[in-house]
Ligand binder design. Structure first.
Ligand SMILES: [Cu+2]
Length: 277
């Protein structure tokens, strides 16, 4: 009797351990892959954030890098928050985050985002000329989900992607722009060509693995007739990285992002309700 009991207890423990393993394996496989989060790079240009919006998973990271500053007055990425003399447009529980005022090309600021909701942000010197951006962490909630005339300059309102856009297929393309920027960032600003190449290869593998998903990036691009151009863009960007040619990398990055802009505009031009067509 004692032996059978011990056997049963042993079996139960083994099953519980197996169940735990399965659960961990199951949750880690797709959604939580690399819980250090995905890195997106936003370029600070004269006078806009590129890309202007991103859809993030909890724990994803955003790095802003100063790329253009012809006036020499610098750029910042600063949360819409009363601490920065603006109306609150980040989640209630979020801190009033801000980068320093970045002034030299290549200077950067990075942070991870863990508070769910809309985080609208602006550049201190250029908010009035429309240099604003939006991050949506998991869901379009909080004060940032209110209409943009609440606290954003008129120029800023027109350059901010809508929550619907970022949560829909266009959001995939904004995000892809941020990841292409990350590839270029490692090469152009960190001089880490191996990491740039590794980042590109991982990105392409990830897209290919999701190929059969009709909501996925490749299927969406195919639907818009832009898949061959994007694939060619990845191929030539990879060539430029292998050749360690900074100018070619910068050009290939811009060309790829231009195709993705085209995809975003094509989606915006679609009549409502035609997404499934
Ligand atoms: Cu600025």
């Amino acid at each position: 009797m004692g032996t059978i009991l011990r056997l049963l207890v042993g079996l139960a423990v083994a099953l519980a351990a197996l169940a735990l393993l399965f659960r961990l394996g199951g949750t880690m496989s797709v959604e939580d892959r690399g819980r250090e989060g995905t890195l997106y790079v936003v370029e600070m240009r004269d006078f806009y954030f590129d890309p202007a919006g991103l859809f993030l998973r909890e724990g994803d990271r955003v790095l802003w890098v100063l790329v253009e500053d012809r006036l020499g007055d610098g750029h910042s990425a600063t949360a819409y928050h009363p601490a920065h003399d603006k109306r609150l447009r980040v989640p209630e529980g979020a801190e009033p985050w801000t980068s320093p005022l970045l002034k030299e090309p290549g200077r950067s600021y990075e942070r991870a985002f863990t508070v769910r909701g809309v985080h609208d942000y602006f550049c201190i010197p250029h908010e009035d000329v429309g240099m604003v951006g939006r991050l949506i962490v998991e869901e379009a909630t909080g004060p940032g989900a209110e209409p943009t005339d609440a606290g954003i300059s008129p120029a800023g309102r027109s350059s901010l992607p809508s929550a619907e856009e970022l949560l829909g297929p266009a959001g995939l393309f904004f995000n892809l722009q941020g990841r292409v920027n990350a590839v270029a960032f490692f090469a152009l600003w960190r001089g880490d060509w191996d990491r740039a190449l590794g980042t590109l290869d991982a990105l392409v593998r990830e897209l290919e693995a999701d190929r059969e998903n009709p909501e996925g990036v490749l299927a969406q691009l195919e639907g818009l007739g832009l898949l061959p151009e994007v694939q060619e863009g990845f191929r030539t960007l990879r060539e430029a990285l292998r050749a360690r040619d900074p100018q070619a990398v910068a050009e290939r990055k811009e060309a790829l992002k231009a195709v993705l802009d085209e995809a975003i505009q094509a989606l915006a031009a679609r009549p409502p309700g035609s997404e499934s067509g």
